[in-house]
Design a protein around this ligand. Structure first.
Ligand SMILES: Nc1ncnc2c1ncn2[C@@H]1O[C@H](COP(=O)(O)OP(=O)(O)O)[C@@H](O)[C@H]1O
Ligand SMILES: [Mg+2]
Length: 482
């Protein structure tokens, strides 16, 4: 007999960061493109903070580790020696390409290590040569950082066996001798050797945490990332008909959008933009995602409606304009999984007994709103230095609905904002547009409907429309609207 435990406090919501979450497979919700990532059709995952980029990478790594024919390398840019890679750029190439050769070399060495780690692979001459290459140059298998360090201490050179350079007229003995070549030459050799590999296995190269230490004004960092996209795509195209190379690269959307390069358009078909919805039982349904988490930790009678069974969804204390508890909570998020999970965890901290009610949700809203504001800060701060002053202007107005003239007047009262606008040749609309972009404000259409950027990515900002502060912030700002 199954015992139902329909109590909110019994649910284990799990970590709100997917990295290293050993439970993830129990409640991972497959997005429609998931199999396409595994088959190499999609290679780039773009989304805001907390939309589930790492979750996908983590799930792929989890699955692959239990498949006999899959090999995975996780490549993080956290603690990555950025300075060293900068020193390794190729100055003879145009700006956008300077880092492509070094990235390509790093990708090819990681791929080679994966290939030779397959002990059941057919031992063609190429495989034996690849093994030797790794053994001579990167014996400790420490990944990116080691490769860069070795390159640097060897003045950009790596060791190769003379015969790989293709000198036909040499004696057999001298063909086996070791010599050094520039890493770009070594990339050519590696590419050729890999082309001689015969394997039907999948080789995953998973890139995450590229946003560590990101600053929008660091042009060099932008070039570095842009080069990485190019190197990944070129290598994939070079090798896709030969072996199952599966690069997957996750990047925050604000950083991606800042890369500004026409070439990125070419990647459009291979990009996934993570965007969730509040619809029930649909693709990208956050409702389903929450249900999956509930069902992973407790037994409820109707798993498809798990939410309704651990909450008083129709609590009569909910204000009339709001349909139910789910909607109240949802309206305080940017439709991102982490937002809802975080809200649930703050509710759980209140130790509610039985089902979750509106009163508890309101209490938890205080901490949630603080957290939500910090998440917003993390995203916007490198794009708008005066984000705090601009936000303050809205707080000072303390109104539910705001017109352009009202906020403009308030912005003009702050000398730091005035100076910023003057020094950067920008106007008030530019500030509001960034605040709109990151979801602090939404606009009211002529038909009296609210529009937020996170609901419609293609929505242009129209400063002639009235504005509203997002509900997720109103508690933090002590505004009396909900
Ligand atoms: N597809 C999914 N299925 C289940 N949980 C998810 C999914 N996507 C995201 N989550 C959860 O949402 C939270 C944030 O996801 P994460 O991957 O860490 O975000 P990001 O890397 O985009 O900042 C984590 O708790 C994660 O488990
Ligand atoms: Mg992440």
């Amino acid at each position: 007999m199954i015992i139902f435990e329909e109590s909110f406090s019994k649910v284990n919501w799990g970590p709100d960061e997917a990295k290293g979450d050993s439970q993830l497979r129990k409640y991972f919700v497959k997005i429609p493109e998931y199999e396409g990532i595994k088959s190499g059709d999609y290679r780039y995952i773009i989304g805001r903070k907390g939309t589930g980029k790492t979750a996908i990478i983590e799930q792929i790594a989890n699955e692959a580790s239990s498949e006999y024919n899959s090999f995975v390398k996780y490549l993080s840019l956290r603690n990555f020696p950025i300075q060293t890679i900068r020193e390794l750029k190729d100055r003879s190439l145009g700006n956008k390409s300077q880092f492509v050769p070094i990235w390509t070399f790093l990708i090819l060495t990681e791929l080679s290590k994966l290939i030779v780690s397959d002990s059941s692979i057919e031992k063609t001459e190429s495989v034996i040569d690849l093994k030797n290459f790794i053994k001579i140059n990167f014996p400790s298998n420490l990944g990116f950082a080691e490769t860069l360090r070795n390159l640097k201490s060897n003045e950009n050179k790596v060791s190769v066996i003379v015969k790989w350079l293709g000198f036909e007229n040499k004696s057999a003995e001298s063909k086996e001798a070791i010599t050094t070549v520039h890493f770009q030459k070594a990339s050519e050799i590696l590419l050729n050797l890999i082309k001689g590999v015969n394997s039907s296995c999948n080789f995953y190269l998973l890139f995450d945490e590229l946003d560590e230490g990101y600053s929008a004004n660091d042009k060099n960092l932008n070039l570095l990332l842009l080069s990485l996209f190019r190197a990944v795509e070129n290598t994939f195209l070079d090798l896709k008909d030969i072996i199952n190379i599966r690069p997957v690269l996750a990047l925050r959307s604000d950083i991606f959008n800042n890369l500004e390069d026409n070439d990125l358009n070419k990647l459009d078909d291979f990009i996934i933009n993570l965007k969730w919805t509040k619809e029930y039982h649909a693709s990208y349904s956050i409702y389903d995602l929450i249900n999956a988490r509930i069902n992973a930790s407790i037994n409820v009678e109707d798993p498809k409606r798990a939410w309704e069974q651990i909450t008083i969804n129709n609590d009569k204390n909910i204000p009339n304009r709001i349909n139910n508890l789910w909607e109240f909570i949802y309206n305080r998020t940017f439709e991102r999984p982490r937002d809802i999970i975080k809200y649930m965890k703050y509710c759980a901290k209140q130790n509610p007994s039985g089902k979750l009610d509106f009163k508890t949700v309101r209490k938890a809203e205080i901490e949630y709103s603080e957290w939500f504001y910090r998440e917003f800060r993390d995203e916007i701060q490198s794009h708008l230095p005066i984000w705090q002053e601009s936000t303050q202007a809205f707080i000072k107005l303390n109104k539910g609905v705001i017109t352009f003239d009202e906020i403009k007047k308030e912005l003009e009262n702050d000398s730091r904002i005035v100076n910023y606008l003057k020094n950067n040749n920008k106007n008030h609309e530019d500030i509001l547009e960034i605040l709109f972009e990151f979801g602090l404000i939404g606009t009211l259409s002529d038909s009296n409907r609210w529009f937020f950027k996170y609901k419609d990515h293609n929505l242009p900002f129209n400063h002639n429309q009235k504005m509203i502060i997002h509900f997720g912030f109103t508690r933090k700002f002590r505004m009396k609207v909900y």
